[in-house]
Write a protein that binds this ligand. Structure first.
Ligand code: NDP
Length: 324
C-alpha cells in the first residue's frame, strides 16, 4: 500500500484527498519505484483545475525521484536498488510508491540527491529542449524568458549563462527579479510595474530579441510578439495566467514574419533514447556546477493542497518538492 494524493473532480486545491492505494507488481516494460521526493509543477495545476482534462479519479504529479523496488520483463536500463528519477506521463507521482512505465525513468548519478533530482527532471529537461531542440540558439543570441524566478525560470537563467546566451527575464516582484539576476539573467524586468516590451526594445537598442520563451500565456502574449526581432521565434510553452486567446495568424506577418511554436516536453521525451540523452545532458550541467537546483519550498505529501495554493498565488520561487 502507498499513500497517494488523488482528486475525484477538477477544481480547487481542496479537491485533494490522501488515500491508501495498492501498488502491485510491474508488468512488462514497467518498474516499481519508492519515492524519496516528488516535484511540484505548474502543469499539475492545469490538470487539477481541468484546463488539461484527466479521467477521474486521478492521482496527480509528473516528476519524482526514489529507489527502484521491482523491474518488469524487458526493462534493461534499470535494476532493483538503483537510484532513479523521472518526468513522465501518466500523472501519479504524488505518492509514496507506484508502478509505472520504465521508458522515461532515468538512473540518477550518485552525486545528485533525491530532492535535487525530483526538483529538476521535468523543469530541467524542459530547459534542455527549449535551448537545444526547439530552434537553433547560439552564443550571443538574446532570449526573453518570462517568470524567470520560477522553477523552470531559474534553471533557464543558469543554462543561458552557461551557453553564453543573453537572457532578459521578467518576474512579478523586484525581489524575484534580483533572484533571476543572481542566477544568470543579464537583465530582469518587473512586468507588474513596467511595460516589458518597451523595456526590451530599450535593452536591445530597438532591435528586439531573437527568441521569446513564454509560459505565462494570456497576459504576456501581445507584449511577447512586440519584443521580437523580424524573423524572431515565439515559443509558447505554458499558460500560468490563462491560455493564449485565439488570434489572427496574419499578425505574425505584420510584426515581421515571426515564427511561432507550441511545444511540450512530452513529445520530446516520448522516445526512450532521446529522454535518456536529455536527462544525461541535464545531469552533466548540474554535476559541472553550471546549473544549481534551488529548492525554496518543501511540503509534506499530505500538505499538497497548501503547495498548490502557494504555487498558484505566485508565492513560490525556484522549485518546490513534496516529501512522502
Ligand atoms: P513557476 O515556478 O514558474 O510558477 C509559475 C509562475 O508564473 C509564477 O510564480 C508567476 O511568477 C508566473 N505567473 C504569471 N502570471 C501568473 C498567474 N496569473 N498565476 C500564477 N502564476 C503566474 O512554475 P513551473 O516552473 O512549474 O512552470 C513554469 C511554466 O512553464 C508553467 O507555465 C508551466 O506550465 C510551463 N511548462 C511547460 C512545459 C512544456 O513542455 N510545455 C514543461 C514545464 C513547464 P511571477 O510572480 O514572477 O510572475
Amino acid at each position: 500500500m502507498a499513500k497517494t494524493a488523488i482528486i475525484e473532480a477538477a477544481g480547487g486545491p481542496e479537491e485533494f484527498k490522501l488515500v491508501d492505494r495498492e501498488v502491485g507488481e510491474p508488468g512488462p516494460g514497467e518498474i516499481r519505484i519508492r519515492h524519496e521526493a516528488v516535484g511540484l509543477n505548474f502543469i499539475d495545476v492545469y490538470q487539477r483545475t481541468g484546463l488539461y482534462p484527466l479521467e477521474m479519479p486521478h492521482a496527480l504529479g509528473m516528476e519524482a525521484a526514489g529507489v527502484i523496488e521491482a523491474v518488469g520483463d524487458g526493462v534493461t536500463h534499470l535494476k532493483v536498488g538503483d537510484r532513479a528519477a523521472y518526468a513522465a506521463m501518466p500523472p501519479g507521482a504524488y505518492c509514496e510508491a507506484r508502478v509505472m512505465p520504465a521508458a522515461q525513468v532515468c538512473p540518477v548519478p550518485d552525486g545528485i540527491s533525491f530532492e535535487t533530482a525530483a526538483a529538476m527532471m521535468l523543469k530541467g529537461m524542459t530547459v534542455e529542449y527549449l535551448f537545444h531542440r526547439t530552434t537553433p540558439l547560439k552564443k550571443g543570441d538574446t532570449v526573453l524568458f518570462h517568470a524567470a524566478a520560477g522553477g523552470v525560470g531559474l534553471i533557464a537563467c543558469q543554462w543561458a549563462r552557461s551557453e553564453g546566451i543573453t537572457l532578459i527575464g521578467t518576474a512579478g516582484t523586484d525581489e524575484k527579479c534580483q533572484l533571476a539576476l543572481d542566477h544568470g539573467a543579464t537583465h530582469c524586468i518587473n512586468y507588474r510595474t513596467k511595460d516589458f516590451a518597451a523595456r526590451v526594445r530599450e535593452l536591445t537598442d530597438g532591435k528586439g530579441v531573437d527568441v521569446v520563451m513564454d509560459a505565462v500565456g494570456a497576459d504576456t502574449f501581445e507584449g511577447s510578439l512586440d519584443s521580437l526581432k523580424p524573423l524572431g521565434m515565439f515559443i509558447s510553452f505554458g499558460n500560468a495566467s490563462g491560455p493564449v486567446p485565439p488570434f489572427n495568424i496574419g499578425i505574425l506577418g505584420q510584426k515581421g514574419s515571426l515564427k511561432i511554436t507550441r511545444p511540450t516536453l512530452f513529445t520530446h521525451i516520448a522516445d526512450h533514447d532521446a529522454c535518456q540523452a536529455m536527462a544525461r545532458h541535464l545531469f552533466d550541467k548540474v554535476e559541472a556546477g553550471d546549473v544549481t537546483i534551488r529548492i525554496d519550498q518543501r511540503f509534506k505529501l499530505d500538505e499538497v493542497a497548501d503547495a498548490h495554493r502557494a504555487l498558484e498565488a505566485r508565492q513560490t520561487t525556484g522549485s518546490t518538492v513534496l516529501l512522502p
